[in-house]
Design a protein around this ligand. Structure first.
Ligand code: Z5A
Length: 203
């Protein structure tokens, strides 16, 4: 029996997810809610090993997609479901929408295969809410250049991230009841205010 809520955060690299997850985390704690913060790929010891491979090793897109779902299967079983069952809220930096945006939308992997993997791994399990940080790739690239060294995904060009962004927006349009889309080009303070205003309705 699931009692908590599963909230996922999506967007192109550098859209500002990490900053805002911290704000929502504090807000939920202030409301007496237990919070589990996690991420994909990763979130478990096995998932973190898979993450290191995914972010650093060159690989075939089928191998890549299977590894994202392998990490996800372990993550759901060991972290997400146990937390939700005891009433905690789980905040995950990325989940399956990222596979549709990056592997399907940007790399052209077959959506039908991802649908099948999703059914096998998630068995109908979905986030309660997904916050999409929508940002143009040029602004995101400028932010990342200021902050750190790029990984394998972050070295992709602007066209790649334009496709990722388009795929995310299409998914948000297809499930408006689940997605909350934020204009991530605003100041961090303005984004936090809108996110927390929306989150009041989730309590
Ligand atoms: N991936 C995939 O392909 N398929 C999948 O199924 C899954 C993932 C699950 C994981 O990388 C990679 O895996 C990801 C997709 C792929 N691609 N990449 N790279 P990750 O976890 O290492 O990275 P990320 O998820 O993209 O997080 P990020 O790059 O750290 O981005 P962010 O969390 O959205 O941004 P941030 O760290 O909060 O902010 C970035 C910088 O901008 C930082 O210096 C901030 O201080 C600054 N910032 C933040 N907000 C603002 C505002 N509002 N104004 C100005 N500056 C700001």
């Amino acid at each position: 029996m699931v009692r908590g809520k599963f909230i996922t955060f999506e967007g192109i690299d550098g859209a500002g997810k990490t900053t805002q997850i911290e704000a929502l985390h504090r807000f939920l704690l202030d409301h007496g809610i237990e919070v589990v913060r996690t991420r994909e790929p990763g979130g478990t010891p096995l998932g973190e090993k898979i993450r290191a491979m995914l972010l650093n090793d060159e690989m075939d897109v089928t191998a890549e997609t299977l590894l994202f779902f392998a990490s996800r299967a372990q993550h759901i079983r060991d972290v997400i479901l146990p937390a939700l069952e005891r009433g905690a809220w789980v905040l995950s930096d990325r989940f399956t929408d990222a596979t549709y945006a990056y592997q399907v939308g940007a790399k052209g992997y077959e959506a039908e295969y991802v649908l099948q993997l999703e059914a096998i791994v998630q068995k109908g399990f979905q986030p309660n809410k997904t916050v999409l940080f929508d940002l143009d790739p040029q602004t995101a690239a400028r932010r990342l250049a200021l902050s750190r060294t790029a990984d394998r995904f972050e070295t992709q060009d602007c066209d790649f991230f334009t496709r990722v962004r388009k795929a995310y927006l299409a998914r948000a349009a297809a499930s408006p009841e689940r997605f909350f889309v934020l204009d991530a080009g605003q100041t961090p303070e303005a984004i936090t205010a809108q996110l927390l205003d929306e989150a009041k309705g989730w309590l």
